[in-house]
Write a new protein. Structure first.
Length: 345
């Protein structure tokens, strides 16, 4: 059974190992921390921690490092979130403030977060299935090209340039704009997608519906499907290469997960948050996702009633208190910006 002092020794080992990247011995704990006991007493505490598999010896030395189980105990019971400094808060503000649609805001979010922490930053798009389509615009260009623009009430903007094989005159454009507007404007993305599917399933049997209109509605259907799919925005993958020594094995599975997104989407969605909306998944807990060498910390944010997460991916040897504080601060700021944007409409 680990004593209260033993748990505080675990806290010291985690903090010192994260700071120095060197195994931590009893002598250094006595020198760096005010326990008021001898190095021999600290060694006894460390022996109990090792018996509980909370620390381990990486090689034949007196120093010990935290295990994945040790990091879990630290995060759940011992970690104290560190308040962000004024400089860190200013950095968040400078990255996130400014005009732009949701796509631009989320890109700035991950860039700011990876700049702040040195980890891989991840942000989920909110679910848009319940969002409503507020505006549709069709713009004909020369050479049979067409721009299709969809806007939702949550600030998501889709803008797609397509090359149509059908020449679109002004009359065809007005007709197509009217049909598309009747189908989806003022309706949820989910309902709009259903109405578009129903339209396309019967359009071939309606000779009075122009081929140009059908072609445009098909494009709209594809864009609505994009709105309904879960997506991630990420930045900072190069940081994994800089921290490669923090991983016992290859970083290839992490790079693959970043490229494919599906694994990280599942992991981010399945992580269980605490009462503060913070979630952590450490080392071996990620083995079902092929990411047993990594940790993920995340915080929930709100976007007009829809929940999503912003998080960090990195080695298990990470500064959990600082990283959790950073994702929480960014998530709160992101929520506030999206609420302000919604209220301004």
């Amino acid at each position: 059974m680990v004593t209260d002092r033993g748990l505080q020794v675990l806290r010291a080992i985690v903090q010192d190992y994260v700071d120095t990247h060197e195994p931590v011995g009893s002598k250094s704990i006595v020198e760096r921390h005010s326990f008021g006991v001898s190095a021999a007493t600290i060694r006894n505490d460390m022996a109990l921690l090792e018996d509980e598999e909370l620390i381990a010896a990486p090689h034949t030395s007196s120093g010990r490092v935290p295990t994945d189980k040790g990091y879990r105990v630290f995060v759940d019971h011992l970690a104290e979130l560190r308040p962000l400094s004024p400089a860190q808060r200013h950095a968040i503000t400078s990255f996130l403030d400014g005009p732009g649609d949701l796509d631009d805001l989320l890109v700035r979010t991950v860039r700011g977060l990876t700049h702040l922490t040195g980890q891989v930053a991840i942000v989920q798009y909110p679910s848009f299935a319940r969002a409503s389509v507020s505006h549709v615009e069709l713009v004909a260009l020369e050479g049979g090209r067409l721009i299709v623009i969809l806007v939702t009430d949550t600030g998501r903007v889709s803008q797609r340039l397509v090359a149509s094989r059908i020449e679109l005159d002004e009359v065809a454009m007005v007709r197509a704009r009217s049909v598309v507007g009747d189908l989806i404007v003022g309706r949820s993305v989910r309902e709009g997608a259903q109405r578009v599917d129903e339209f396309l399933s019967t359009a071939s049997d309606e000779p009075d519906i122009p081929a140009a209109t059908v072609a445009i509605v098909r494009i709209v259907a594809e864009e609505l499907e994009e709105f309904r799919q879960d997506r991630l925005v990420m930045a900072g993958a190069a940081n994994l290469a800089r921290r490669e020594s923090d991983f016992r094995g290859s970083i290839y599975p992490l790079l693959e997960a970043i490229e494919e997104q599906v694994t990280l989407l599942r992991l981010m969605s399945e992580m269980v948050a605490d009462e503060q909306g913070l979630a952590t998944s450490i080392g071996r807990e990620n083995e079902p996702f092929g990411l047993g060498e990594a940790s993920v910390v995340a915080s929930d944010y709100d976007a007009t009633g829809s929940h999503a997460r912003v998080g960090l991916l990195g080695p298990t040897r990470m500064d959990y208190p600082s990283n959790l504080a950073a994702v929480r601060a960014v998530a709160r700021y992101l929520t506030r910006m999206l609420e302000d944007d919604e209220n301004a409409r």
